[in-house]
Structure formats: structure tokens, C-alpha cells
Design a protein around this ligand. Structure first.
Ligand code: XIL
Length: 387
């Protein structure tokens, strides 16, 4: 399933916004109907305290985490309750990106990001920072304001301000997000995005060096998607990401960790490609985070909700069995935890939605889905291969 990043983001952000507005009205009744089906996950099983995701993860040397929707956290007590109950690491779904943080070239809007930091501190959770440099979700003023002359100053000033504000409080920063795009045709596989056009490939080292100075405690992470499955495209992308990371290490650029987004599709296959990729990252001395996992079911033609849930859960199980066997993996985060707030839309590209997506461990009514139990089992069965 190769979807260009640009297409993916624009389509999904529209759908995500639509889903947010519709959340209370449309999503809940659909999910309620689905809930009445007999083959839904057994919601009578205990899932809190020692039965929570974070408790099971901790037994196997893992942090369990999720992306957080700022508006839901601020307005929905149930959202905050489940979040605190299940997870010990959080990441802002949007609030720490350039767009939301930078209303104008001279100002910063920290309210939502600060609220997440405060919630995390209150509940003794760790925080991942996402992200300091990306081609997407830049502020509207960026295109008309950034030039070859001022781009380095803009980047350094942003990273110094943002990473400096949360210095000592962030477990890991996604310093650069999605810098590889093989189809852009550069020999090094790097994306020909705005930062590349303004600063050349050096922007990556500049970002990491600036982040190290601003927050020496955070694990500095390179984060990307499309490296997970057994396809040729994923293989090419893995090779380009490894080449980038090896080059950084050779140049003594401060790089501590690899983030594998893990936006995967139901029924995908995950074998030696991702396994060898993770082992190579470990050989470079890197930690690994599974940073944004969800399972997209838009490729399924069977729209029976119970079957969708089973297929999604089976894919979680498969993928996590493979990836959690890698000893360098330190955390697993999903991209949201309730289907009420998922960035994934309903249908295949250009088609009518076939079924509402249920890609996360809790449904739109905060009931655990089959995916919840598949994730927890995968934690329980973690047996890392020897490094
Ligand atoms: C997504 C958010 O979930 C949406 O709300 C937003 O409209 C677009 O971005 N890879 C990433 C994340 O690194 O930042 C993206 O988040 C999903 C893909």
C-alpha cells in the first residue's frame, strides 16, 4: 500500500477533522451498534491496575504509550482517566509540531503542549517530543517567510526554544521526522522537502546538534514510516534510512534512537526485513521506539465489524511478535488509544468508506477491543533474542 506522504497527510487531516466534529454524533452510535455483536472483545476481563497495558509492558522491559489529542484531554474526563490508567509514556498528536506551536514567525503557542506536560508530570508518565523538524504541518506563514538566508536561524531558534523549554523533561525527541522519500529520486534517498530545498542535506545534522545542546538529557531520535513490511518499497526505504543513520554516526552527529512509526495495514506481512533493520540499528548503538502504531483496515473488503476487529488484532499480534523480539525496543506507542479520535479515515483512497476504522486498543466508547488484548498478549510473550 504505497501512499505518498503528501496525499496521505492532506486526505487524512481532512478526514480526521471531520471525524472530530462528528465524534459525538456519528461515531458513537456506530460503535454502540458494533458493540452489540457477540464476537466483540470480552469487556468483562480486568484491564486496570496490574492488568493494564503499562503493567504488562513493564514486566518485559517496555514502556506502553499513546499519542494524545489535546482537545480530548482538556474536555473529556473519561479520556484522561483511561489514559492515566493504561499508559506510562505519552506524545502530543499535534501540539508540539511547528504548525500548532508557531502562530506567527515571532511567537510561540505553548498552552496545549504545556497542558500535556503537566498531565504527564501529575501522573508520573514519561513524554516523547514530536517533532522538531518535518516537511509537513508547517505554519501557513512558513512558505512566504522562510528563505535560504534565514532558514538555518529559523530552525535553530525553533529547536532551541522548544527543546529548551522542556529540557530535562522529555524522554526522547523526534528531532527529524520522515526525511527519507526514495521516490523523490535523490541518490541518497532523502526527501526533497522544504528543509532540503532551503538548507540542503545538512539540515538534518544541524537539527540534531541543536537539539543536543538544547536538551542533553533527551534521546535524540530519527523517526520514519514505510519501513515495516516485506515489500520492495519498504526494503528500499530501510536501506536509505540505514544509510542516513550510518552517515550521521560517521559524522558524529548526536543520534540516540530510531523511531519506527508502525502505521501498518491489516494482513501485512512482517518478517526478516524489519528484523534485520532493527538489528542494524542496534549495531549502531541505537535504541528503538515503536512510535505511532495503528492498524489500517481500509484494505479489507469484509465489512463485518467483528471480522475487522479480529483482522486488526491479528495484525497487531503478528507485528508485535516480530518487533518486540528485538532487545533494543524500549517502548511501544499507538497513535491514539480510542477509535473516537483516530487520524484514519473510513475508506480506501478515492472510494466511499467501507467500514468505520477501528485501529486502536479502545473503541469509541472506551471499551477495550480485540486489539487491546492482542497488544497485552504480545507484551506477555516478549522474549528478546540475545543482543
Ligand atoms: C497526524 C495527526 O494524527 C493528524 O491529526 C494530523 O492532521 C496530521 O498528522 N506521521 C506522523 C504524525 O509523524 O505526526 C502524523 O500525525 C501521522 C503520520
Amino acid at each position: 500500500m504505497d501512499i505518498s506522504a503528501e496525499g496521505k497527510i492532506s486526505r487524512r487531516s481532512v478526514l480526521a477533522n471531520g471525524a472530530m466534529i462528528a465524534a459525538g454524533l456519528a461515531v458513537a452510535p456506530l460503535a454502540a451498534r458494533a458493540q452489540s455483536k457477540a464476537s466483540q472483545a470480552d469487556t468483562t476481563r480486568a484491564i486496570t491496575g496490574r492488568d493494564s497495558l503499562k503493567a504488562h509492558a513493564a514486566h518485559h522491559g517496555l514502556l506502553a504509550g499513546t499519542a494524545v489529542n489535546a482537545r480530548a484531554l482538556a474536555t473529556q474526563p473519561e479520556y484522561a482517566r483511561v489514559l492515566a490508567e493504561q499508559y506510562d509514556i505519552v506524545v502530543a498528536e499535534n501540539a508540539m509540531k511547528w504548525g500548532p506551536l508557531r502562530p506567527t514567525p515571532d511567537t510561540f503557542f505553548f498552552t496545549d503542549a504545556d497542558a500535556l506536560m503537566a498531565f504527564a508530570a501529575e501522573h508520573k508518565m514519561k513524554v516523547r517530543g514530536h517533532n522538531l523538524c518535518w516537511h509537513s504541518q508547517l505554519p501557513t506563514w512558513f512558505n512566504s517567510t522562510a528563505t535560504k538566508e534565514n532558514a538555518q536561524h529559523l530552525l535553530v531558534n525553533h529547536i532551541t526554544t522548544v527543546a529548551g523549554r522542556y529540557r530535562g523533561k522529555i524522554e526522547a525527541w523526534d528531532v527529524v521526522n520522515e526525511a527519507v522519500q526514495v521516490s523523490d529520486g535523490r541518490p541518497d534517498g532523502l526527501r526533497n522537502g522544504p528543509w532540503m530545498k532551503l538548507l540542503g542535506p545538512e539540515y538534518i545534522d544541524i537539527a540534531f546538534r541543536t537539539a543536543r545542546q538544547a536538551d542533553p538529557h533527551a534521546l535524540l531520535t530519527y523517526n520514519d514510516y514505510g519501513v515495516e513490511n516485506d515489500s520492495d518499497d519498504a526494503g528500499k526505504k530501510r536501506a536509505a534510512v540505514l544509510a542516513l543513520m550510518r552517515g550521521m554516526k560517521a559524522r558524529k552527529t548526536p543520534l540516540d534512537a530510531l523511531g519506527i512509526q508502525s502505521h501498518i495495514h491489516a494482513g501485512g506481512s512482517f518478517g526478516s526485513g524489519i528484523r534485520d533493520f532493527m538489528a542494524s540499528a542496534r549495531d549502531l548503538g541505537l535504541k528503538i521506539f515503536l512510535t505511532e502504531m495503528d492498524v489500517n483496515s481500509s484494505n479489507l473488503t469484509d465489512n463485518d465489524i467483528a471480522h475487522v476487529d479480529q483482522a486488526v488484532a491479528a495484525t497487531y499480534r503478528d507485528y508485535l511478535t516480530t518487533t518486540l523480539a528485538e532487545p533494543a525496543v524500549a517502548a511501544m506507542l499507538t497513535w491514539g488509544f480510542t477509535d473516537r479520535y483516530t487520524w484514519l479515515g473510513g475508506g480506501r483512497r478515492g472510494q466511499q468508506p467501507s467500514h468505520p476504522q477501528r485501529p486502536l486498543p479502545f473503541d469509541a466508547n472506551y471499551q477495550p477491543t480485540d486489539a487491546f488484548f492482542a497488544i497485552r498478549d504480545a507484551f506477555d510473550h516478549r522474549q528478546t533474542r540475545q543482543a
